[in-house]
Ligand binder design. Structure first.
Ligand code: ZN
Ligand code: ZN
Length: 187
């Protein structure tokens, strides 16, 4: 394992959150309403208090572009973002154990707003990434029409595409390109 388990889960959850953002004006909002946020929270095992209203949804949506920057910027800028997120939330790291989880870090009280807990969990995970000099593992999907964020936890840093099917699409495109090259000399 590259990072502690809770770090890897937090990175995956942060990436999934960022990837709920509509890619452009025309594409779908991944968190269109509070029910979609409920489903997201269940999927990623968030615990703690919820407010379940439009304000909570707005705050979570507003967090996404900030987190996305962590996938786009260089190390110094990522450090500035992480430190700002932790400072704003007055993060206080504590080891805790709950539900089926063994000891892991929480840096906000369970009663902190959901968006704050999401921000701090992501920031704490990126702390690990930066301390391990691994920020280059946070990348944008290489498929031409996709700008989803990718967390590359592979041994040989070989993950180039997001999990939304771009790997398959790229393989198909490469196959077609090879095929068309192969038939060209006959024309
Ligand atoms: Zn926890
Ligand atoms: Zn992709």
């Amino acid at each position: 394992m590259l990072f502690a388990h809770d770090t890897e889960v937090a990175l995956a959850a942060a990436a999934a959150l960022v990837n709920t953002s509509p890619a452009d004006e025309g594409s779908d909002e991944g968190l269109p309403d509070p029910a979609a946020l409920d489903a997201f929270v269940r999927t990623w095992g968030w615990t703690g208090e919820r407010h379940r209203g439009d304000a909570e949804l707005r705050a979570v949506r507003a967090l996404r572009p900030r987190l996305r920057r962590l996938w786009e910027v260089d190390e110094d800028e990522a450090v500035a973002i992480v430190n700002a997120l932790l400072r704003e939330a007055k993060a206080l790291p504590q080891l805790v154990k709950h539900d089926e989880w063994s000891y892991h870090l929480h840096a906000t009280p369970a009663a902190a707003p959901l968006a704050t807990r999401m921000a701090v969990e992501a920031a704490m995970a990126v702390v690990d990434v930066i301390r391990g000099d691994q920020l280059s593992r946070l990348r944008i999907c290489e498929y031409p029409t996709c700008d989803d964020v990718v967390v590359d936890l592979s041994k040989n840093r070989s993950k180039r595409f997001c999990d939304a099917g771009c790997g398959n699409r790229a393989a198909v495109a490469a196959y077609r390109a090879r095929k068309s090259l192969a038939v060209q000399p006959d024309r």
